[in-house]
Every structure is written in structure tokens, then in C-alpha cells.
Write a protein that binds this ligand. Structure first.
Ligand SMILES: [Zn+2]
Ligand SMILES: [Zn+2]
Length: 281
């Protein structure tokens, strides 16, 4: 008998929010970024054509909200061609099973992320002792057990192309998670960075709540390979993105993005890497 799609047994609603929750912003005519509580997702595609994909799927229990936003932008009963995952952390796959069931569309992720998406492997435990604030302290609440998308999840094509988004390439940006990817569109230098770096100090409840904009490395409590993360940020900086949508925080663009990213690369050990924590060294 076929396996049933399932979240892990630790899957639950996480009561954390921000001033941006429920707010969407159009970054390009074919790029819409929407915030679910404390995490961003993107709808990529033009409402004029009605063809689009969704990148990441919000927090646990947010499927109805995401479907409503999608239908607002693309019309009643609209559905994406596919779901792309930057990685499999709970705040990026929060509604994925309900969305797959509702839309009946394929999910794509990096091969190294598949164990976490097919019920085979839990993520390492978040580190509540890491340098940081209340969000780091509450991180033991965060679901880490693998979800199981069964045969609904597929590997991204190995040549870097992105299904249904011919102008985009995917880039392997590990460190925050083994199979983390970012998406880049050369023609207008749009970067969807996932959690490779973020624009808010995600460890601090107050900064998450207010969404104070500040370049940061990946969220610390879930990042396990800081050397890989540093290399990934350097790869993204070298692309010279014009605008970056990150998994957490406000989109950043122009001079501010260029200066912030170059500073993050130069001072990665000071800005990104925590002074203490169990995944440091
Ligand atoms: Zn993450
Ligand atoms: Zn995240």
C-alpha cells in the first residue's frame, strides 16, 4: 500500500509573529513576497499569464491563508505549476502537505534535503544555548522530525535549471541545511536566498516582531555548518544581486544590499557566526 503523506509527530503551530504577518509586497510584476507570521514565501509568475510557482510554504497551519493569498493574486481556483523548497525546515514546509493535497502539484528540492522530506531523517536539534535572544531560547519547540511527502517530492534538475521558471537557476547554498538552495535570475538580478542569509536578526524576538532590517547570517539556532554557510554567502554576494528576498526579514535592494552583503562576507565570523553554541567549531 502507498505511504500516506505525513508531518512529523512534533509538528505544531508555533505562536510567533511579526508586524509583517499577513502582508504581501510586489517586488517585480512577476514576483510577490508574502509573510506568514515570521517567514516569507514567494509567488513567482505573472498574474497576466496565470502561470506561477510558489517558493516555500510558510508556517505550520497556514495553508488556508496561503491559498487565499494565491487566489487573491491569481484568481479563484488558481494553482501553481509546482512548489519549490529552499530547504525543509518547519517554517518553510509548514503548509506543504495541505497545499499538495489541495493543488495536486509536484514539490521540488535539492537531493541532499530529501531525507528530511521523505520521513527518513530528523534535522539536528536546534541549539537554545546559542548566542541570541528569545527566539533562540524557544527553538526547542521547533519541529525537527522529517515530514514525509512520499513520491510527491522530486529532485531539482542537476543542471541548475528550475522547473517552470526558465529564467531562474538554482544554486546550492549549504550550511544552514545540507540541501539548502537559493534561486537567481540573471536578467534583473533577483535573488531568492532562502535562509542562506537573512535581513533580520532572527534569534531576537523583538527584532523579529518589529522586522528591524539588518543583514544577518542564517538563523543561528538551526545552522549546523558555519564554514559551508560562509562559502555560500560568498557565492551569493559574487552574483551582485539587485534585490534579495530572504526567508526572514524585509526584502533588501540596491546600494544597501550591495554594501550589507559585502560587509557580511568580509565580517562573516563577527556578524554571522555566534560567539558560543553547540554547532560552533
Ligand atoms: Zn531554515
Ligand atoms: Zn527559516
Amino acid at each position: 500500500m502507498d505511504r500516506e503523506k505525513n508531518y512529523g509527530s512534533d509538528y505544531m503551530f508555533i505562536p510567533a509573529t511579526s508586524v509583517r504577518s499577513g502582508v504581501g509586497v510586489e517586488i517585480r510584476p512577476d514576483l510577490f513576497c508574502y509573510t506568514v507570521q515570521i517567514v516569507n514565501l514567494c509567488l513567482v509568475g505573472s498574474p497576466a499569464t496565470g502561470e506561477f510557482v510558489i517558493v516555500d510554504t510558510g508556517m505550520p497551519k497556514s495553508a488556508n491563508d496561503i491559498i487565499a493569498v494565491t487566489e487573491d493574486r491569481f484568481g479563484p481556483k488558481s494553482r501553481p505549476k509546482a512548489i519549490l523548497l529552499t530547504h525543509g525546515h518547519f517554517d518553510h514546509v509548514g503548509a506543504v502537505i495541505e497545499l499538495v493535497n489541495h493543488w495536486d502539484v509536484p514539490v521540488y528540492a535539492h537531493p541532499l534535503e530529501l531525507p528530511f522530506l521523505t520521513g527518513r531523517q530528523s534535522y539536528p536539534e536546534p541549539d537554545p544555548t546559542v548566542e541570541g535572544g528569545m527566539v533562540a531560547k524557544m527553538s526547542p519547540l521547533f519541529p525537527i522530525e522529517p515530514i514525509d511527502l512520499t513520491n510527491h517530492v522530486h529532485m531539482l534538475p542537476s543542471d541548475g535549471t528550475v522547473p517552470h521558471l526558465p529564467d531562474f537557476k538554482w544554486i546550492h547554498t549549504p550550511g544552514h541545511s545540507p540541501g539548502h538552495i537559493s534561486l537567481f535570475r540573471e536578467k534583473d538580478r533577483v535573488l531568492l536566498a532562502g535562509d542562506a542569509f537573512v535581513t533580520v536578526k532572527q534569534e531576537y524576538l523583538y527584532k523579529v516582531l518589529t522586522q528591524e532590517q539588518e543583514i544577518s547570517g542564517p538563523p543561528r539556532y538551526l545552522t549546523t555548518d558555519w564554514q559551508a554557510s560562509k562559502e555560500s554567502v560568498a557565492i551569493l554576494e559574487a552574483l551582485k544581486p539587485a534585490v534579495a528576498v530572504t526567508g526572514h526579514g524585509l526584502p533588501m535592494s540596491g546600494e544597501l544590499l550591495a554594501a550589507s552583503l559585502s560587509k557580511l562576507v568580509r565580517e562573516f565570523d563577527q556578524i554571522a557566526v555566534p560567539d558560543y553554541g553547540k554547532y560552533v567549531n
